[in-house]
Design a protein around this ligand. Structure first.
Ligand code: ADP
Length: 257
């Protein structure tokens, strides 16, 4: 796979990124990182360390005040970027299929043309039988699956996720973690995943960027080279515990500064 070549240009490169809000809060300072094409990177850190701000800068929803953000592999920011929030943000009056259709509808694609793609996206998240269900008829985990299908229906090269599973129970969360990894392995979009769970970040990612607050900055950049699919053997392995401890130590050191 091309993205694995060490000399391949990264999808995204951040140099000296800083952001101060109008109220004077320095949300980010001196952020340097690059993310390989097809990679899975988590941003982990306490509330207020700038994870969402960084994700929104990457998405182009807000601008950094300092530094540069470049797209070495593609030259420009991808036209399609999938975004998944903690809240599934579905239209309550629309069926699952219509929620997933929305990004294609906004591109002017007719339902007739879009239908196979919508159904395929629902199938990939395990909801083929729930296309006609309304959000209120679905569990929290299922609503999140619809949200993921909606984010992936345009087949974006980049998926940004802002604490997507934080509100779910542990069992559902673990299942969605595994299903997300399976989708990522099959489709190879680049993923930037925000979480405040050390365990989730280590389980999912090839790389964890550990962040600290005031100002928001990167405390450690930890590579996790364990192969995918990971499953419970990785979750229960000494190596997993060891990496979690490493992330935890970096967070503690950051909090002590
Ligand atoms: P995280 O996602 O890690 O919780 P955020 O990026 O949401 O962190 O916030 C980083 C800091 O910036 C916090 O102190 C937060 O209160 C502040 N902040 C976030 N958004 C705004 C905003 N629109 N205006 C002012 N301050 C903000």
């Amino acid at each position: 796979m091309s993205g694995k070549r060490p000399d391949a240009p990264p999808l995204l490169s951040l140099t000296g990124i800083g952001k101060t809000y109008a109220n004077g809060i320095v949300a980010l300072s001196g952020i340097d990182a690059s993310i390989r094409e097809g990679g899975f990177v988590s941003l982990v850190g306490p509330s207020g360390c700038g994870k969402s701000t960084l994700l929104r800068i990457i998405a182009g929803l807000i601008e950094a005040d300092t530094g540069t953000l470049s797209w070495p592999a593609s030259g420009t920011r991808p036209a399609d970027i999938g975004f998944v929030f903690q809240d599934a943000t579905l239209m309550p009056w629309a069926r699952a299929s219509d929620n997933v259709y929305l990004p294609l509808k906004l591109k002017g694609i007719s339902w007739k043309q879009a239908e196979p793609r919508v159904m395929d996206a629902l199938r990939r998240v395990g909801l083929a039988d729930f296309a006609n269900a309304y959000p209120r008829e679905l569990s929290g985990g299922m609503r999140m699956r619809v949200s993921i299908a909606r984010a992936l229906v345009t087949e974006p090269p980049l998926l940004l996720m802002d604490e997507p599973f934080a509100a779910l129970d542990e069992f559902t969360r673990g299942k969605l973690d595994d299903d997300l990894l399976a989708l990522w392995q099959a489709q190879r979009f680049t993923t930037v995943f925000v979480t405040h769970s050390i365990y989730e970040s280590v389980y999912l990612s090839e790389r964890v960027l550990v962040m600290g607050a005031r100002p928001g900055r990167i405390l450690a950049d930890i590579e996790i080279s364990e192969p995918f699919p990971r499953g419970h053997t990785f979750r229960e392995s000494p190596r997993y515990i060891e990496i979690c401890a490493q992330v935890s130590a970096a967070l503690r050191e950051g909090a002590a500064i």
